[in-house]
Design a binder for this molecule. Sequence first.
Ligand code: SAM
Ligand code: SF4
Length: 338
Amino acid sequence: MQEQGLYDTFGRKHNYLRISLTDACNLRCTYCMPDEKVIVTPSHKMMQVDEIVEIAKVFVSLGVNKIRLTGGEPLVRKDAKLIIQQLAKLPVELSISTNAVLVNEFIEDFKQANIRSVNVSLDTLNADDFLKITKRGEFEKIKQNLFLLVKEGFKVKLNMVVMKGINENAILDFIELTKDFALDARFIEFMPFSGNDWNREKVFTQTEMLQLIQTKYNVLKLEDELNDTAKKYKVPGHKGNFGFISTVSNPFCNTCNRLRLTADGKMKNCLFSEGETDLLNAYRNGINIEPLIIENLQAKKQALGGRFDFENIENRSMIKIGVKTKPLIMHNKFPLRR
Ligand code: SAM
Ligand code: SF4
């Protein structure tokens, strides 16, 4: 008999919820933010602190025991500290993904919330390249905050999006960094989202990355954990590890345990899913969201949200996973209570 929990129709158990706190950001990474002017969701359409907590509680009651805060940049939200404090009271392993610009202001809050794992996005160790990729001059601050997190004993995963012809050579700089710093560098294949000018030629695949690394280093394959998205390796003698997230060349959907909640309270069962369920509007109208969560999960496709044609993908940009895709369940008949 199947244990209790959030199972989809392929028998995958879902215990991990990624909550986007905002679609705003203090950087403009070319691969993430659409080129056109970003329209940030108005505050009243976003989940408020109590709504985030109450909706999260329902997921927890159904079996979620890991929550990661993301965005946009989660730490730009004015009430980020309060949200972290409140979610820390739930029986979950709480973690966060951040660009680290504001991390120094949050070290104590992370510690008090028992956040042990922090994912930091950084795509190069060269200040000029950083400015080209992010369109903002925050490189030194991020570097300092990255080292601060390591020094303070956080488990740091450093996420680099690798784009062919743009930053692939930074891979070797990050491997060198793992020599003295106990962090996990993770090299992510460039994924397609609306407005990010993706094409297959720009994808530097996991195989190409490994070949590049092996031109300079001997590497050792490490054992991967069951639901881990990264294939892990190590250079013997280095303090840190490295890994690849190969969503494009070799997706890891068969062990997926992730659910997503956008900053405006829509549930997505996959990063690439077309359908989404408006949990916030339902919650505001006093509707029990538990069956909606289960219904959404039952519609989860076996792989990549059922979309295998990356060339023609129309998806919310990463910051908006959050802007509109097809509703899975329509709750327009329940207007917002004012
Ligand atoms: N602002 C935070 C940050 O940068 O870590 C959290 C949100 S960001 C959208 C979450 C992760 O998505 C980051 O690691 C980022 O590098 C990754 N990401 C964004 N766009 C991507 C793309 N087109 N392909 C692959 N990864 C992407
Ligand atoms: Fe902002 Fe993170 Fe997207 Fe960069 S990857 S634009 S830091 S949300």
